[in-house]
Design a protein. Structure first.
Length: 198
């Protein structure tokens, strides 16, 4: 059983329920936290911790690419937009499109292609194909900077002045992107690297 969100409030709070005991109430935005690495205590942007709103001590850990994407994905986008990302790649105050593309990259790394469901029009076919049938995907990267890739396939909207979008057509590069964290875009904008090109 889990502590699960029911409603997302405009101020970032979550109305939640703890299924096992039927506890319900509001989890303040400030109490929605990233999980911490056991070794060094660093926050991990792949997991969010929700405590029972009744303060009974029950806790649930939500993975970004887990089995309930319609609940988890909006929660991750809202937290990243509001507070910035635990990894430090996205800062609070950036565009929601940028934050969403960052969460989308993390979802695809954990759950695989086609797992992104925040955009109801996304299917495995539309994730990587244009209307003309051309296979491609987009990456959002720091520019100026070292080409650090911070997101993928941004949905409309600007990605901020410190970021640019590159289009890649080689699906082998997508596989590399999903296995490489952090990942960097090569100077020729054609390849995914595990270290900066410059």
């Amino acid at each position: 059983m889990s502590v699960r969100p029911i409603t997302f409030q405009p101020n970032g709070d979550i109305e939640a329920v703890f299924d096992e005991l039927g506890h319900s109430g509001t989890i303040p935005a400030a109490d929605i936290s990233w999980s911490k690495e056991p070794v060094n205590g660093a926050e991990n942007h792949n997991f969010i911790i929700l405590n029972c709103p009744d303060n009974c001590g029950a806790v649930s850990t939500w993975p970004v690419g887990g089995s309930d994407p319609s609940t988890a994905q909006p929660m991750f986008v809202k937290k990243t937009t509001r507070d910035g990302c635990a990894c430090g790649d996205i800062v609070s105050g950036d565009s929601e499109a940028l934050c969403e593309s960052h969460v989308r990259l993390n979802v695809n790394r954990m759950g695989g292609p086609g797992h992104w469901q925040l955009d109801s029009t996304t299917t495995l076919d539309t994730e990587f194909k244009t209307g003309s049938g051309e296979t491609m995907f987009q990456v959002v990267y720091l520019d100026p900077g070292n080409g650090l890739i911070v997101g993928m396939n941004p949905a409309g909207g600007a990605v901020g002045s410190a970021h640019k979008v590159a289009v890649l057509h080689d699906m082998d590069e997508y596989e590399i992107l999903c296995k490489t964290d952090p990942a960097y875009l090569s100077d020729d904008k054609l390849h995914i690297l595990s270290a900066p090109d410059h």
